[in-house]
Ligand binder design. Structure first.
Ligand code: 2PG
Length: 228
């Protein structure tokens, strides 16, 4: 049966510091490393072994993928990195502390920026500290200056349809190591969650989520692997 495993990266340095991260490339904390290894140990314990992997071009997701695969003896499987699986771009909020931003702009406004379906945060100014236009990994890529969840879906879903779904259709066990909001984009689609309800969905770090697909390639119920 084709099976999809989704893993949000382990805790990052800016998760720990409570800062808006988006496309900024921060590393895993020690706790994040432990979470990623535990995810792989769980895959091994449940005998759910990935045969092909996808991740973003961001360190925290790539490292999580590698630690997870190593812990289940599958570091050798093919893997593809693509910017379309990157975290949602946090625009001008990138680098700011979430609690301080809530004090300045109000908790309600910050909740809208973080979780509304289609209100993007203010755009990132060009030439500033977090401008990625000189980063070689994004050469030739239309780097956004901010993204709502809706805009994130508009780049995640075409990649899902064109590149990941065909692998599942072949019967592969696919693992995607990605980010809170790029995975919310995918889960919204796979679980048919409405624009309103998606505001309440949080994806924890390092907890494998599993979908089994039927013969018509329809996803079954979403569940956490630890509960299976
Ligand atoms: O900062 C970010 O990029 C994301 C994920 O950590 O945060 P949030 O949960 O606020 O969307």
């Amino acid at each position: 049966m084709p099976t999809l495993i989704l893993v949000r990266h382990g805790q990052s340095q800016w998760n720990l510091e409570n800062r808006f991260t988006g496309w900024w490339d921060v590393d895993l904390t020690e706790k994040g490393v432990t979470e990623a290894i535990a995810a792989g140990e769980l895959l091994a314990a449940k005998d759910l072994l990935p045969t092909i992997a996808f991740t973003s071009v961001q360190l925290r997701a790539i490292k999580t993928l590698h630690l997870t695969l190593e812990a289940c003896g599958r570091l050798w499987i093919p893997e593809t990195k693509d910017w379309r699986l990157n975290e949602r771009h946090y625009g001008g909020l990138t680098g700011l502390n979430k609690a301080e931003t809530a004090e300045k702009h109000g908790a309600e406004q910050v909740h809208i920026w973080r979780r509304s379906f289609d209100t993007p945060p203010p755009p990132l100014e060009k030439g500033g500290q977090y401008d990625l236009s000189a980063d070689p990994r994004y050469a030739g890529i239309p780097i956004p200056d901010t993204e709502s969840l809706k805009l994130t879906i508009e780049r995640v879903l075409p990649y899902w349809e064109s590149t990941i779904l065909p692998e599942l259709t072949k019967g592969e066990t696919v693992i995607i190591s990605a980010h809170g909001n790029s995975l919310r984009a995918l889960v919204k689609h796979l679980s048919g969650i409405s624009d309103d309800e998606i505001t309440g969905l949080e994806i924890p770090t390092g907890e494998p989520i599993v979908y089994d697909f039927d013969d018509a390639m329809q996803p079954g119920e979403r569940h956490y692997l630890k509960d299976r």
